[in-house]
Ligand binder design. Structure first.
Ligand SMILES: Cc1cc2nc3c(=O)[nH]c(=O)nc-3n(C[C@H](O)[C@H](O)[C@H](O)COP(=O)(O)OP(=O)(O)OC[C@H]3O[C@@H](n4cnc5c(N)ncnc54)[C@H](O)[C@@H]3O)c2cc1C
Length: 371
């Protein structure tokens, strides 16, 4: 008889898990509290780690069909000086599709593999013996996955939260229309003090913009976006700012670290396990590779609780590393004293040319998933 997995949350992590477990022949049920499966307008950075995962799942072609192939990620300061230039050659790729394309590709894999997706299904409890509870009742499974995002309450039921940091930074995401002169393969990240404007080529018709600012900056958190503020901070990007759209989304950028990733037959994945600020664009990619390793460990398990502990031991240090670098990046961006900002430019432009920095920043992006 097929093994069973019950998953709480149909975000990118839950869908990736559902697609992989069903591909391995498991009977999968995915619970989503929302009425329907819908993704908001933004792009997403996909690195080798995520792209290889999608290939294994059979979701690659659909997910990146419209994506721009990025050749370089560049950071520039307020005086136009390049602080970092990260090339993304063919053996170390980055593609940038709309989130909705990635989301739909994973949904379609799940549907094709026979996953039961139950919307308007709120998971209220999980128990280590392999029980998931919704308003409709209790369900038993060989494995239960908590995949319900950074603010997961279910995480507490396996006494998971070690540290939740609400950070000092918030971000706004939106799509804007293209113009013929827009760069098509270079991401530019403009820095000015703790403010950031990130331009991402995304599809033939649209680009993706990410803005970040101190969380207590009242002007930066209003929606629709206050164009005057951003034009003041980033005059060099005025051509982008005049195209800012009204449809945008504001999020506080949080960190989550767990005491453990499993208890009994319950495991935790995605942002529920390791939310991090999006500074490296690697959080979902990290979730994907963790899910791939989890599926293999669970599929081979003779004793599920021990297999889950083994999985965490195998994956945890790389996840911690990615999270730490993402945190550090945010720290340098947000907390560097204004009076010595030019020193930041000097330090970063020197450090970012070293092999050590490149290896550390990109270790997660280059990690290959199992399977
Ligand atoms: C501004 C920003 C930019 C980012 N950019 C990138 C990037 O470029 N590349 C990258 O790799 N990562 C990026 N990330 C991170 C990435 O978006 C997340 O890691 C990823 O979306 C997390 O997916 P998830 O499934 O773990 O959680 P979520 O997306 O939060 O999904 C959780 C799901 O669970 C559902 N849910 C909640 N509670 C319940 C319940 N009780 N019962 C049932 N369902 C429930 C929710 O409705 C939701 O659908 C970015 C993050 C931010 C904030």
């Amino acid at each position: 008889m097929a093994k069973t997995v019950e998953i709480a949350g149909a975000g990118l992590a839950g869908l990736c898990a559902a697609a992989r477990f069903s591909q391995l022949g498991w009977k999968v049920t995915l619970h989503e509290r929302a009425k329907d499966l819908r993704m908001f307008g933004a792009g997403i950075w996909l690195w080798e780690s995520g792209l290889k995962t999608l290939s294994i799942l059979g979701a690659y072609d659909q997910a990146v069909a419209r994506a721009r192939r990025i050749q370089e990620w560049r950071i520039v300061d307020s005086r136009g000086r390049t602080l970092m230039s990260r090339p993304t050659p063919d053996h170390d790729r980055m593609l940038l599709p709309p989130r909705a394309d990635l989301y739909q590709a994973l949904i379609d894999r799940c549907v094709a593999n026979g996953v039961e997706i139950i919307t308007s299904s709120i998971v209220t409890e999980v128990r280590p013996e392999g029980v998931l509870v919704t308003e409709a009742g209790e369900r038993n499974a060989d494995l239960v996955l908590i995949a319900n995002g950074a603010y997961s309450v279910l995480r507490e039921q396996i006494l998971g939260t070690a540290w939740m940091d609400f950070g000092v930074e918030a971000g706004i995401r939106m799509m804007i229309g293209n113009r013929p002169d827009d760069p098509t393969d270079v991401i530019t990240e403009y820095w000015n003090g703790p403010w950031r404007l990130l331009y991402n080529p995304c599809t033939e018709g649209e680009n993706y913009i990410f803005l970040s600012a101190p969380v207590n900056d009242e002007r930066a958190r209003v929606l629709p976006v206050d164009r005057a503020l951003w034009a003041e901070k980033f005059p060099a990007a005025s051509d982008l700012i005049e195209r800012f759209s009204e449809a945008s989304r504001w999020d506080r950028l949080v960190n989550v670290r767990c005491r453990r990733w499993s208890q009994g037959k319950v495991a935790i994945i995605g942002d529920a396990a390791h939310a991090m600020p999006p500074n490296l664009g690697q959080a979902a990619n990290t979730a994907f590779t963790n899910v791939m390793a989890l599926a293999l460990a669970a599929d081979r398990a003779i004793d599920m609780p021990s297999a889950l502990v083994g999985w965490e031991q195998q994956q945890r240090s790389l996840t911690n590393h990615v999270q730490w670098w993402s945190y550090l990046y945010g720290y340098v961006l947000n907390r560097w004293p204004k009076s010595i900002e030019s020193l930041r430019s000097d330090v970063l432009s020197t450090m970012s040319k070293t092999q050590w920095f490149d290896e550390a920043l990109n270790r997660g992006a280059r990690h290959l998933p199992v399977g």
